[in-house]
Write a protein that binds this ligand. Structure first.
Ligand code: XMP
Length: 315
């Protein structure tokens, strides 16, 4: 039987003897990297720096929330505002793979800069067992180049520390609960963030729009689930399309963009079925999005594609 308290004790002891210098970790706010950061902080205190990179494509309020959470958990941390750098790097880039590569590369640049400035010799990562055990994950990699804050390159010349390497997700969740970490039950969020939920050029304006649309979608679905109107889907979000359509705004003709809502049921993201969300919930999402973003969005559609053939994200 897995005992989270024992695991924490052993892990902290091991890190104390193994890590002699300074260390850094890229934090996404997700459960794996948060647990790894807290274990590291318990072992070596402020010699570990947890870095959250605000790429400009994070969810609404996320950089602030992650910064606060790290502080509350007693982790020495820093939120880096790299928004301008990312927006500039993506000007006139609309091809999905190119976007992913540029974001992945930029992330490494920013993180590497911080690692050097802090004088880190060690790199903590929240790698868990399914991340490295072969699990038929190869197909995934040939479809999209996945970017993950856990996947920093070997060229960084830092010694890797992976305290969760032998754990499965349910065990990590147990450790998280034992450490009083609240990040435990979040829905998945892709490494490149909202940039891959903007079809075409991921400008600052588009990021602000899709961020608001995602926040509304999450809020309405979570509220409906709380009220017992539906089960919480496995993943649910909004996508901004560059397609303009005609509408009416008050008495005037409008010509605005389209938002697509995506919600899926899945076990591991490899296959998925679209969620049968009640129409009244979809209507509330649609009305709120067009009321809030009415200046430039005047149409909302619902994606009824399973995976396969569609992927969960649109890029
Ligand atoms: P797709 O779109 O490939 O997504 O059906 C399957 C799951 O993976 C998430 N996803 C990512 N996660 N880095 C990640 O860490 C990525 O680059 C990435 N791309 C997609 C997606 O949100 C879904 O849960």
């Amino acid at each position: 039987m897995f005992d989270p308290a024992n695991f924490i004790n052993d892990s902290v002891k091991k890190i104390k003897t193994e890590v002699k210098g300074r260390a850094i970790i890229a934090c996404s706010g997700g459960v794996d990297s948060t647990v790894a950061a807290v274990l590291g902080a318990r072992a070596i205190g402020d010699r570990l720096l947890a870095v959250f990179v605000d790429t400009g494509y994070m969810r609404k309020g996320e950089p602030e929330a992650v910064g606060r959470m790290m502080k509350d958990l007693g982790v020495n941390s820093k939120v880096i505002d790299a928004r301008d750098e990312f927006y500039s790097a993506l000007i006139r880039v609309s091809e999905p793979e190119k976007k992913r590569k540029i974001i992945g590369g930029k992330f490494i640049d920013v993180f590497d800069r911080e690692a050097k400035e802090f004088g880190a010799d060690y790199l903590f990562q929240g790698t868990i067992a399914p991340d490295w055990i072969e699990s038929g994950g190869e197909l995934r990699d040939t479809i999209k180049s996945h970017h993950n804050v856990g996947g920093l390159p070997e060229e960084m010349k830092l010694t890797l520390v992976e305290p969760l390497r032998d754990l499965y997700k349910d065990e990590v969740r147990k450790v998280a609960r034992e450490l009083k970490i609240e990040a435990a039950e979040r829905q998945p969020f892709p490494g490149p963030g909202l940039a891959i939920r903007i079809m075409g050029e991921a400008t600052r304006e588009a990021a602000d729009t899709v961020r608001e649309a995602c926040a509304i979608t999450e809020e309405e679905i979570e509220r409906a689930a709380e009220k017992g109107e539906m089960e919480l889907p496995w993943q649910y979000f909004a996508v901004l399309l560059p397609v303009k359509t005609v509408g009416v705004h008050g008495d005037l003709r409008a010509y605005g963009y389209t938002v697509a809502i995506r919600a899926v049921e899945s076990l591991d993201g490899m296959t998925a079925g679209y969620s049968k969300i009640p129409h009244r919930v979809l209507e509330r999402i649609s009305v709120r999005i067009t009321n809030t973003l009415g200046d430039h969005v005047n149409r909302v559609v619902y994606d009824i594609t399973n995976k396969p053939p569609g992927t969960i994200e649109w890029e």
